[in-house]
Design a protein. Structure first.
Length: 262
């Protein structure tokens, strides 16, 4: 039924078969594109799980149609069902990939599948990859849950791994001889240095790690040092060392140094 309005005719909002006062409802159908996001090959969408910005070194072995490739990298974020990885080489969506994540509680091995890849990040140049976990042993899943649960509500908590190697340090703000030290632990953002003398926060350093494979030099600054009341007489002094420049090569070497072979 049409009613006359100035300028033309408009449909009657109350058709004859629907008396006034009757609420006319329409069934809203979810777009197919969004429906597809709810399921990935029959698995739960990993985005339904809480994501943590956890940096873990990893080794991977991917199998594509043409070849099998292996390499090292880091996690950018992690959940119980998937992760975002930073790798040096680009994998293809749908490629199966086997991962070994190195954690404080031990290694976690996961069978996964690539679901997307991004553009290289500056300045490190690593390529982000989204993966969904498709197979993980019960004990490995428990280790993963323990790792995520230990972070509590701190979704951007850092993760450090034990590393005890000798280092040679050189101050970059003044001339002088280099001096020795040792590492205590290491993460993607920095490491724990043990030195014989205290350095003030903000001191720029060049630190060379004497690993079994090769020398690895990193740049950074002192973030903190133990206060006098926490120092042992005649013992080493702990310092927090924050990386300020970490290119792709150094980042991958650190991942290789901390990861067990797959």
């Amino acid at each position: 039924m049409l009613r006359r309005f100035p300028g033309g005719c408009r449909p009657d909002p109350f058709p004859p078969d629907k008396p006034r006062g009757t609420l006319v409802t329409r069934k809203m159908v979810e777009p197919k594109s969004r429906q597809r996001m709810h399921h990935l090959d029959g698995r739960t969408d990993p985005r339904r799980h809480l994501r943590y910005s956890i940096r873990l070194p990893l080794v991977h072995r991917a199998k594509s149609r043409s070849a099998i490739s292996a390499g090292v990298g880091w996690t950018r974020n992690l959940s119980e069902a998937g992760a975002c990885l930073e790798l040096s080489d680009r994998l293809q969506p749908k490629d199966p990939v086997r991962l070994r994540l190195q954690t404080e509680q031990g290694a976690i091995e996961v069978e996964a599948r690539v679901i997307w890849t991004g553009e290289p990040d500056a300045p490190a140049g690593c390529i982000p990859h989204g993966v969904v976990f498709i197979k993980i042993a019960p004990d490995q899943r428990q280790t993963l849950r323990g790792l995520l649960g230990s972070k509590g509500s701190a979704r951007h908590a850092g993760t450090r791994l034990h590393l005890d190697v000798s280092v040679t340090c050189r101050r970059k703000d003044r001339e002088g001889p280099s001096f020795p030290g040792r590492t205590g632990n290491i993460g993607r953002g920095g490491l724990l240095l043990q030195l014989s003398k205290a350095l003030p926060p903000g001191t720029p350093l060049e630190v060379t790690l004497h690993t079994a494979e090769e020398l690895l030099t990193v740049q950074g600054t002192i973030a903190w040092s133990d206060p006098p009341q926490r120092r042992n007489p005649g013992g080493s002094i702990r310092h927090g060392f924050r990386f300020t420049a970490l290119d792709q090569a150094v980042s991958l070497l650190l991942g290789f140094l901390l990861s067990d072979p797959l």
